[in-house]
Structures are given as structure tokens and as C-alpha cells.
Design a protein around this ligand. Structure first.
Ligand code: GAP
Length: 489
């Protein structure tokens, strides 16, 4: 049957504030994401990826890895350890200044980010049309934000503006204090400061300290890049929004080493490539992606942009692209005493390379993909939930559904599943009506369902049902692998 000419799907529009609630529930029910150690009451901002979640996350990482390393002859990957010599974090500046300014409310005993309170206040003033007032607070804030001695000034702004806690309305504030986001552990048997090590707050430093190792081992010439996917840890004060802000998360980072002076050109090329990746490789709705240019730069950066995504709870960063100058390599040269210069073999020039960094958060991207894909519609008069994931990202690529589970049909379907599973993640489902089985697959984003029916036994064809249109066509079973391969590229 080919009914692709019929329009059987009617869209349903959904208010964004309802989407998060539905997503969290679907993610748990269908095995994408569970709260960590749930039987003990969980642990704040820690999550476990379930059977479908871990498949989907693996797909995201593989797509990133392939597009960043294999497609670029001058980019190679590493997998550095999470714990590093603690001097790394002194050199990188994280020990001294990887801090968030926090403030406590004495009455409610709740803790807040002082900078977030002020930024939200400025936004509210703007929304209320108090533009002059907003600009005045903004410039007072910009004058102090990020400065090492900003605590008193931030406190004065919060109290001077009579800013209240957004959730409780209380404003019984303590002083502002700086709170370092790195997790400390003790290595070895002695629990004194000599054994302090940190869980890395970014994967990037594992790349910087391996600059010469990788360059020599892989015979790389500038410009070249080093890519890495791995866990990072931050003791975030403000957590929440499901997997958006976690204390343990995964980063996909690439440092591109260039000759000083060529960093802006490289930066612009990476900016374009990274933005396009989300749209063309992952199928994210382009209109939901936005650029944010940092006007106030970190002391080591000469240019920085974020790619932001329209989450149901607001437009937030998913990737940072930073021109980091020679800051990190110079710092490591100073702290380690090892020369971090590059010698150009053709010109004999010596320099410390500049670095363009692309830093994407895997978990945030996972959430962006889920929320972009979440869809409710009506098919043949029946409401359905569908994850409109790109076939490349979808955890299950195809389902094999026998019309009758027993006898020759069931056996044929099982053999068919086994054959497909040598190349693709496929599911076999023979429980409940065919309509219910289609709905189960729609809900987890499976792009194709193969149904083995009576005709299959006669002519070795199966129906293939397309998730988005709910239309079907018949193909030869022997062509199914090729069919999937052409659809999942
Ligand atoms: N090496 C640069 C760096 O770490 P960042 O902007 O702090 O830059 C990069 O982090 C990306 O890591 C962010 O765009 C975000 O996607 C992800 N990320 C950062 N903190 C996170 C957190 N607490 N939970 C989940 N993802 C986070």
C-alpha cells in the first residue's frame, strides 16, 4: 500500500511551558534519562542516561567526533584523564578565579548567584519599559562584574536596588562571597593539602598540556586541532532545568592552534562550521539557534561568541566559541618551566600558537534535541506523541514488527531483525496491536517501522512506515539494509 498522497497527520500546537514537564516524564518512562540514585532520593542535578538515552548520546558524540576529527585531516583526538597535576589548575587560573559570586538569604536559608539576581533585575526593568534605569544598573554592574574584589559592589547593587529572591520574594541578604566551582578530592592516604586534586571543570586543559605530545606523535603542523569528549565537573550553586545545568556533564571540545595574527580568520571559519553542524548534521530547527556576542571578554580572550538555543524555559547557551589567544599555553610554559613554543620548520619562526576553541555541552545538546523534536499531533483521528529526531540522532533506527507473533511470520521477523542489527540499532516488538506498536516507536523517535505480514511470506516484501507522515510503502526485505543506509546519512 502506498498512501503517501494522503494527509493523515494534523499538527497540534503546544505551549512551551508544558513541554519541559512532558519531556521529563517521557525521558524517564521510556528510558532516556533517570534521576541519579533515585531509590535513595536522588542527588541534586545528577542524572543517569537509560538504554535509549545512552544510545542517543553515543550517536551525538559520534557525529561530533566524526565531523571534528575524521573529516579534518589536521585534527586529531585524545582522551585525557579527569584528574591532573593540581598545578594545571593554578596555571589555568581556575584555582584563583573560577568562582561564582553567591549570596544567601538569612530568612529562607536559600543560596543564589549574585550576578544572576542582578542580570534578572536588569531584564525585568527592560521588560517594564524602565530603559534608562536598566542602562544605569547595567553599566554599574559591568564596571564591577568579574573583578576580583567585586563582592562589596555586587552586594551594594543588590541591596541598593532592593532586589528580592525570584522564588520567595525575600531579601534578607548576607554579604556576597566568591565560591570556587571546582570539586576537590584527596589523592593517596594522607588527607592534608598535599594530596588535593581536582575533578577537571573543563576538558580543554587536558588538550593544552598535551600540545607537544600530540604534535610530535601525530607530526602536526600549525594550524592543527586537538579534539576531546569527556566528563567535566562543576560545583554549580544554581542547578536545575533538568539536564541543562548539571554538576557532572560531558563536554565536546576542540582547540585549534594557529599562528598569531591568523586567529580571527580561523575563528570566523569555525563559527560558521559549528553553527551549520547543528542544522545540517543534527537537524536542529535553524530558527531556534541564535548567536550571542560577548561584549565583555575574559582577560585572555580577544573574541567570543555563544551559540544559543531556544529551550522551552528560555534561550540559553549550548556552545561557546572562543579566541583564547596564547594565554593557556603561555601560562603552562610559565608554571611548568617547559617551552611551549612551536617552531615553523619552513620559516624557522618560533611562537606560542594562538588558540580558537569550540566548546559544546553534550547534555545541553541532548536536551536541545529532545525539546526541538517533541511533537504532538493527530494521526487518523488518534492523538500521538512523536519525537521528530533526525534519523542520525534517533536511538533506534528501525523497528521490526510481525503482524502475528507466532509461527513462520514470527520466525521470519526475528531473522530479519537479526540481519538488520548487524548494522543498525533495531528493536523487535510483537506485543499489542500494530497501531499501538507504531505509537510506541513514534514516542521514542524511531524513524522507520518494518512490518512483516502475510504478503511477506509470499513475496519477501515488508511494509516500511515513515514516522513523520505515517505513510507506508512496500520494499523487498533484501533491500532494507540499503534503504536504512541511504536514509541515515
Ligand atoms: N573550555 C571552555 C568552557 O568550558 P564553558 O562556556 O564554561 O566553556 C562550554 O562551557 C559548554 O559546556 C557550555 O556551552 C555548555 O554547553 C557546557 N556546560 C558548561 N557548564 C555546564 C553545566 N553545569 N551543565 C551542563 N553543561 C554545561
Amino acid at each position: 500500500m502506498n498512501n503517501s498522497d494522503q494527509t493523515r497527520v494534523q499538527n497540534v500546537s503546544l505551549p512551551p511551558d508544558k513541554v519541559m514537564h512532558k519531556l521529563v516524564s517521557l525521558a524517564k518512562r521510556r528510558g532516556f534519562i533517570f534521576p541519579s540514585s533515585e531509590i535513595y532520593g536522588g542527588l541534586s542535578s545528577c542524572f543517569d542516561y537509560g538504554p535509549l538515552g545512552s544510545e542517543m548520546k553515543k550517536n551525538i558524540k559520534e557525529l561530533w567526533w566524526n565531523s571534528m576529527t575524521r573529516r579534518h585531516a589536521n585534527i586529531v583526538g585524545i582522551d585525557a584523564s579527569i584528574m591532573m597535576n593540581p598545578t594545571v589548575w593554578e596555571a589555568s587560573g581556575h584555582v584563583a578565579s573560577f568562582n561564582d559570586p553567591m549570596i544567601d538569604d538569612r530568612t529562607t536559608k536559600r543560596r543564589y548567584r549574585a550576578d544572576h539576581l542582578i542580570e534578572n533585575h536588569i531584564e525585568k526593568l527592560r521588560r517594564d519599559g524602565k530603559t534608562d534605569h536598566a542602562e544605569a544598573v547595567q553599566s554599574a554592574y559591568e564596571a564591577v562584574a568579574g573583578a576580583p574584589d567585586s563582592n562589596r559592589a555586587l552586594y551594594d547593587l543588590i541591596t541598593g536596588e532592593a532586589i528580592k529572591a525570584p522564588d520567595t520574594g525575600s531579601g534578607d541578604w548576607t554579604e556576597v562571597r566568591q565560591f570556587n566551582l571546582m570539586f576537590q578530592c584527596n589523592m593517596g592516604a594522607v588527607a592534608d593539602t598535599s594530596g588535593i586534586v581536582y575533578l577537571r571543570p573543563e576538558t580543554a586543559q587536558g588538550i593544552f598540556v598535551n600540545f607537544h605530545n600530540v604534535r610530535e606523535a601525530s607530526r602536526m603542523k600549525v594550524p592543527f586541532g586537538i579534539a576531546q569528549i569527556g566528563k567535566a565537573f562543576r560545583n554549580e550553586i544554581v542547578k536545575g532545568n533538568f539536564i541543562f545545568r548539571m554538576v557532572e556533564f560531558e563536554q565536546m571540545e576542540m582547540q585549534y592552534f594557529v599562528k598569531p595574527g591568523s586567529q580571527i580568520e580561523a575563528f570566523e571559519a569555525w563559527r560558521e562550521e559549528r553553527f551549520n553542524w547543528y542544522v545540517t548534521e543534527l537537524g536542529i530547527t535553524q530558527e531556534k539557534l541564535h548567536w550571542y556576542k560577548h561584549d565583555k571578554l575574559a582577560h585572555y580572550a580577544d573574541l567570543a561568541y555563544d551559540i544559543k538555543f531556544e529551550f522551552p524555559f528560555g534561550t540559553e547557551e549550548i556552545e561557546g566559541i572562543h579566541s583564547r589567544t596564547d594565554f593557556d599555553l603561555s601560562q603552562h610554559q610559565q608554571y611548568s618551566g617547559k617551552n611551549m613554543e612551536y617552531i615553523d620548520q619552513t620559516t624557522n619562526e618560533r611562537y606560542i600558537p594562538y588558540v580558537v576553541e569550540t566548546s559544546s555541552g553534550c547534555d545541553r545538546l541532548f536536551l536541545a534535541l529532545l525539546s526541538d523534536a517533541y511533537n504532538e499531533d493527530v494521526v487518523d483521528g488518534e492523538p500521538r506523541v512523536m519525537l521528530k529526531l533526525s534519523p542520525k540522532v534517533a536511538p533506534v533506527k528501525a523497528a521490526v514488527l510481525p503482524l502475528v507473533k507466532k509461527g513462520e511470520m514470527g520466525e521470519k521477523a526475528e531473522l530479519f531483525r537479526s540481519e538488520l542489527s548487524t548494522a543498525f540499532m533495531v528493536q523487535y516488538d510483537d506485543a499489542a496491536s500494530i497501531g499501538k506498536r507504531y505509537r510506541r516507536q513514534d514516542e521514542i523517535g524511531t524513524p522507520f517501522c518494518f512490518t512483516v505480514d502475510h504478503q511477506t511470506l509470499e513475496d519477501q516484501t515488508v511494509t516500511v512506515r515513515y514516522r513523520d507522515s505515517a505513510t507506508q510503502e512496500r520494499i523487498d526485505m533484501s533491500r532494507a539494509k540499503e534503504f536504512l543506509a541511504t536514509k541515515i546519512v
